[in-house]
Design a protein around this ligand. Structure first.
Ligand SMILES: Cc1ncc(COP(=O)(O)O)c(C=O)c1O
Length: 378
């Protein structure tokens, strides 16, 4: 029998989360008499740990998929996705352009090197492209002064049938926590792209969930938002939970109690005896450790659910096991179900916060050894 750990990926929850976003986009667009933004569902990093094929199925209503791994993009096509796919980091070498042309993948152009690569290319078929402006993230993209000339060169590649279309994008650094910085980025985007034709794409989850931001993107062209984390039922904001935002957890990490110990006051538990029992206690050993993707830095007190009762992690997380307090669940015994995060347990964001990280990292870090069960659309 395999270890009793598994992750359930809920296609209905993924689809619900996309629906919640698109509903808000379309109703507020109507209210503001603007065209409704289209949605690139961001599915990079194996769909934030949820799996490419499940994401392709669950996000059938999205207008496009955005990711950065060429193999994952090809898998989307093989899974039957016929709508646009955007490679968020573009081509790494000339051979990537042939794959992009063969599989009709849109590419990002974020550097002079990529632009030159395209200028000396002659793909079998022109590809769609999006030129990226650096508005203050200072990661990828052309500086403001370089943007218009780079964009015009990209438009020239349409005439040479290297590119099929050209659009513009940027990425926001602080849409989750700073209105001032975000408005500055939006303003620089509007200024630097003024008068340049083509679709626009700016907003990640935090900005898509903040109408002020996506309504502030220039409306003359088709807008595409690029939500990622919110589609998976995790909040991009520190001060608002996924539940507050009407989002449902799409990944539930479950396991079982595989051992029970009655320990006496003063006994240390696990490696380093990082937790010492203040009184006699009953504790449970759960088949889940950092080799499954559970954060090793989760401290004593991190929430966990046993038999539907919320309790806490005790001491240090081991490679394959962790220890929980059974005081609030005296009926629990070997075989009792445990939810580490997701439906019926703490949210992934609660576990992440306790561990000093973000939900993104925990979802992406789910280990390949954890079997995934897919909850299909009903
Ligand atoms: C370029 C780009 N767009 C969109 C996203 C989606 O961001 P989020 O998951 O915060 O919605 C990311 C993720 O980091 C990204 O790198």
């Amino acid at each position: 029998m395999p270890r009793p750990i598994s992750a359930t990926i809920s296609l209905p929850s993924l689809s619900h989360n996309l629906g919640a976003i698109t509903h808000q986009l379309s109703s507020l667009s109507k209210e503001n008499t603007r065209p409704t933004p289209k949605v690139w569902a961001v599915i990079k990093a194996n769909a934030y740990g949820h799996g490419i094929e499940p994401a392709v199925k669950a996000f059938a209503q999205a207008d496009g998929l955005a990711l950065l791994d060429l193999n994952e993009a090809v898998r989307c096509r093989e899974a039957g996705w016929t709508k646009p796919i955007l490679l968020l980091e573009g081509c790494f070498e000339p051979a990537d352009l042939s794959v992009a042309a063969d599989y009709s993948l849109a590419i990002c152009i974020h550097s002079e090197e990529q632009l030159r690569m395209l200028e000396s290319a002659s793909p079998a078929k022109p590809v769609d492209a999006v030129v990226k402006l650096n508005t203050g993230m200072n990661r990828l993209g052309f500086a403001s002064a370089e943007f218009a000339p780079a964009y015009r060169r990209a438009l020239g590649l349409v005439d040479r049938a290297v590119l099929a279309s050209v659009g513009k994008m940027t990425h926001l650094a602080r849409a989750d926590d700073s209105v001032d910085v975000t408005l500055e980025q939006l303003q620089l985007f509007a200024l630097s792209t003024q008068g340049l034709p083509g679709d626009v794409s700016v907003c990640n989850s935090a900005a898509t969930l903040t109408p002020q931001y996506w309504l502030g993107v220039p409306s003359g062209a088709q807008q595409w938002v690029r939500p990622g984390i919110c589609l998976y039922g995790s909040s991009p904001f520190a001060s608002q939970s996924a539940d507050d935002l009407g989002l449902k957890p799409a990944m539930t990490l479950r396991s079982r109690i595989i051992g029970v110990q009655q320990v006496q006051a003063g006994s240390g538990m696990g490696y380093g005896h990082a937790f010492v029992a203040p009184q006699d206690m009953r504790i449970g050993v759960v088949a889940c450790g950092y080799a499954d993707g559970y954060p090793r830095h989760a401290p004593t007190g991190t929430p966990v659910t046993v038999e539907g009762v919320r309790t806490r992690l005790l001491g240090r997380v081991s490679m394959d096991m962790l220890i929980v307090d059974l005081t609030p669940a005296p009926q629990a015994s070997v075989g009792s179900p445990v939810v580490l995060w997701g439906e019926g347990g703490p949210s992934v964001d609660e576990v992440a916060r306790a561990s000093g990280t973000i939900g993104y990292e925990l979802l992406c870090a789910l280990a390949p050894r954890v079997p995934k069960h897919i909850k299909e659309m009903s």
